[in-house]
Design a protein around this ligand. Structure first.
Ligand code: GDP
Length: 300
């Protein structure tokens, strides 16, 4: 994954140096931890996450677990792997469905994060999994958002509930609510509600997203975040957590060649799991997120 190319190379280099040593002295451990710390910071991982991560790695690397190991260097790599899985959320968290359909999934995030594209990807994926999704166009902010959703809906072969006279023109909260009612009427078992973003966080955006949340009582609120936004990731995620509160995260643009620190910070900082990853502009560039697989890709 291009996003983690540099980080991955640097960690590989660090571990290569480590492997040339037999027993590890505390100085070796400190040197290794320092290199990991620099590599993570250069990859734009949030400082608080880096501190916690390197603190745990250091503590474990200096413990009996390592000094008694047959191959101490290998053991340290294993610890880094486990801690990496930990900051990525640990176990895989699957999408949760309502006991009584329809399951309502609301998407939230900044403009340009990839929400509308994600709506199409998710709809296509759900359809393939045997569901009967309905897309709801509640992003009435961006001039083209409704049309864009209709385009991805068509590509995914999934109907779109769009604002028309009688179902809430101009009022995203009403459109969302009416969309869920339409899904109940037409027996769609999942509703995906696309909402408006802004280029930056603002109170009006949060209020609108929060009102849509209240009006539709979603089973999942997915916070969609561009993995390339770097150090802003943490503040953005916290603002959305406070403003809307989300149940899971979707990382987009993991195919980009920027540093991708957001991917490694968001789950840890918000305590919310990453559920999906988006890796391109096409509707099939999308997959459920597996913390262990992501960790292996980084440490490969
Ligand atoms: P929204 O404003 O949050 O609805 O964002 P859009 O869905 O319109 O996406 C913004 C831009 O990012 C579009 O040009 C998408 O094609 C692009 N995009 C979305 N997801 C990805 C992804 O995973 N990788 C890449 N490279 N581009 C993406």
């Amino acid at each position: 994954m291009a996003t983690f190319g540099t980080l991955s190379d640097r960690l590989t280099e660090t571990f290569k140096n480590l492997r040339t040593k037999g027993k590890l002295s505390p100085a070796d451990v400190d040197g290794t931890v320092r290199e990991i710390r620099r590599a993570l910071l250069d990859a734009d991982v949030a400082l608080e996450v880096v501190k916690e991560f390197t603190g745990s790695v250091r503590e474990r690397a200096l413990s009996d677990e390592v000094s008694k190991a047959l191959n101490p260097a290998q053991q340290v790599v294993q610890i880094v792997n486990e801690e990496l899985i930990g900051i990525l959320g640990g176990q895989q968290r699957k999408l949760e469905f309502a006991k009584k359909p329809p399951t309502v999934i609301m998407l939230a995030g900044l403009q340009g994060a990839g929400k509308t594209t994600l709506a199409g990807k998710l709809a296509k994926w759900l359809k393939k999994e045997g569901h009967t999704p309905l897309l709801v166009a509640s992003d009435l902010q961006r001039p083209n958002a409704v049309t864009q959703l209709q385009v991805v809906g068509k590509q995914a072969g999934v109907p779109v509930f769009a604002p028309e006279p009688g179902n809430g023109v101009g009022d995203p909260v009403k459109v969302a609510k009416n969309g869920v009612a339409e899904a109940e009427r037409k027996q769609h078992d999942v509703v995906i509600v696309d909402t408006a973003g802004r280029l930056g966080i603002d109170a009006e955006l949060m209020k609108q997203a929060s009102d849509i949340r209240k009006a539709t009582n979603p089973d999942e609120v997915l916070f969609v975040i561009d993995a390339m936004i770097g150090q802003d990731a943490v503040n953005t995620a916290r603002a959305f957590q406070e403003g809307v509160d989300f149940t899971g995260v979707v990382l987009t643009k993991l195919d980009g060649d920027a540093r991708g620190g957001a991917a490694l910070s968001v789950a840890s900082v918000t305590g919310r799991p990453i559920i999906f990853a988006s890796t391109g502009e096409g509707l099939d560039d999308f997959e459920p997120f597996h913390p262990d697989r992501m960790a292996s890709r980084i440490l490969d």
